[in-house]
Design a protein around this ligand. Sequence first.
Ligand SMILES: [Zn+2]
Length: 214
Amino acid sequence: MNKQDERQQVIDYALKLNTTGLSPGKSGNISVRFNEGLLVTPSGVEYQQLSPSDIVNMDLSGNVSDDCVLQPSSEWHFHSDLYQSRADINAIVHTHSTYCTALACTGRSIPAFHYMVAIAGGKDIPIAPYALFGTEQLSENIVACLQSRQACLLANHGMIAMGSDLATAFKLAQEVEALAKQYCIALKLGNLNVLSDQEMIEVLDRFKHYGQRL
Ligand SMILES: [Zn+2]
């Protein structure tokens, strides 16, 4: 895929953040790995207004390509740091989706209340500690949290989902938001029956051998 096609794909999925209700307005951001760097949504532009030339191309140190007019998302730090720390990741979706954010604002991770939490790569969906948005500290917290997961919540902020391509990362973001909604409802009902570590090891093993299509 050339740079123009990749930029259009970032726009298509940014628009899907709105149409699927995952992130209202211009909250959230999306990136894909591109050559030695990444393509990321710009700061402060409504997704409906985006054209391919607005998508920012930068290297993994944060240097913006000369042909870019706009500034990258203020949250570019964790995008570039995740690409540096995870060679298997080629796309990142970050949202302030309602149920993930509600849980994240109460400091909760998502435990194994349902076996599908294994879709994020482990026995729970963890939460990265709070730090000011756009800071290197927040990025450090996220990178540490995502060493062995494909998704996590961000305290008092939102969530991140990653994948080998943008379609996979976006589907994971939708799945994690659905799990967050189910968990919120289950919490209200009370008497949660959380699966044991052994039960989750069996689920993860099955996912590994039979695959879990998103
Ligand atoms: Zn954010």
